[in-house]
Design a protein around this ligand. Sequence first.
Ligand SMILES: Cc1cc2nc3c(=O)[nH]c(=O)nc-3n(C[C@H](O)[C@H](O)[C@H](O)COP(=O)(O)OP(=O)(O)OC[C@H]3O[C@@H](n4cnc5c(N)ncnc54)[C@H](O)[C@@H]3O)c2cc1C
Length: 404
Amino acid sequence: MDFAPDARTDEITAQVRAFLREEVLPAESVLDEQLAGTPDEWTPRPIVRELQRKARARGLWNLFLPGDPSETGAAGLTNLQYAPVAELTGWSPRLAPAAFNCAAPDTGNMEVLNEFGTPEQKARWLTPLLNAEIRSAFCMTEPDVASSDATNIGTLIRRDGDDYVITGRKWWSTGAMNPDAAIFIVMGKTAPDAPRHSQQSMILVPRDTPGVRIVRPLTVFGYDDRDHGGHAEVAFDAVRVPASNLIGDEGGGFAIAQARLGPGRIHHCMRALGMGERALSLLTARATERHAFGRTLADQGVIREWAAEARIQLESLRLLVLKTAWLMDTVGNRAAMTEIQAIKIAVPRAVQTIIDRAIQVHGGAGVSGDTPLAELYAGIRSLRIADGPDEVHLSSLGRAQLRL
Ligand SMILES: Cc1cc2nc3c(=O)[nH]c(=O)nc-3n(C[C@H](O)[C@H](O)[C@H](O)COP(=O)(O)OP(=O)(O)OC[C@H]3O[C@@H](n4cnc5c(N)ncnc54)[C@H](O)[C@@H]3O)c2cc1C
């Protein structure tokens, strides 16, 4: 067994690390200023475009998309090669993923179009997404049903001549507040009476189609996540689109959703490790410079234990994430499902504790907006719900373990 990264991974992580240090981290305060200057706008701030221009010029673009680079113009990294890159982007979740055009939900939507889209759908929507000329949203979750069980989804997609007509209500459509999010991938039912996992389909709905209505933005612990397009409640009132907007076959929506979520979940976990590393580095800096009761905080035993436990958690979970990435590369996403579920449970849970302790070490500053910690906490806490709550993954993993 060889734990050394290959030459390509070394090369790309060095480039991404340098870009993060030189461009992204210094831009965080610029983003804050630009957000404060134009508080009512949902469009990305100029600093995001500037970082994207610079990252693209250095070839650090669409790093998430595996496969043949000649077809997509992406970097063609394997999941294993992308893992440390995505981890680095977790150091600055508000800016870094977008800077490299590697931000959810666009990544998952691009993967869906790349894998299941027709040539026309790819030309119309995938190419501009790969160029970051437009943004997108993924509309599966609904306010009226327990959406962690995707078979509950109630939105109807009814065939009418050469069109489909979509009626339903979605929420938590990340990115949809951003007017640049020109295309929504909507999941709904084309055959409510078919077998449970064949009722659903996915369909492309351009934002400007009559009947699409942004109802309101949602907040996460009070954060509106404006820097990545917010989260919207969206109504679809008899929205008519051409039948050619269907992705894949009628009844194939559930399978596409599953295919989309595998890579999405591991990307979240990779970035979460970076969030944990950043929190640990802030904890370390604060603990070594701050004095209480005649000693630095780092000299207090409990804080040393927290630092040690954080290091153990990050190192061991990184190995599990890398193994999962390797499995996805070698035996496929479906065969790696158990490991994907395991990391989706374990990583956010551990990183939440690490960030929580970093907050504690900062005292009052930790819960203020003066450090990134409070917002990192909100992000990691919601990740224990988004893309499937912990309990759903635990139940399914436990079933597999017990062979039920
Ligand atoms: C920040 C954020 C961003 C999101 N982005 C998107 C997006 O872009 N697009 C999108 O479509 N959705 C998105 N979501 C929605 C997210 O995927 C759903 O919230 C999630 O799947 C849970 O669905 P629900 O909210 O309907 O919870 P429910 O299904 O109502 O579940 C509620 C709780 O019930 C419990 N539970 C459910 N099933 C079981 C079980 N089998 N065993 C034990 N307990 C169980 C769990 O504790 C669960 O948290 C986002 C959510 C958040 C918070």
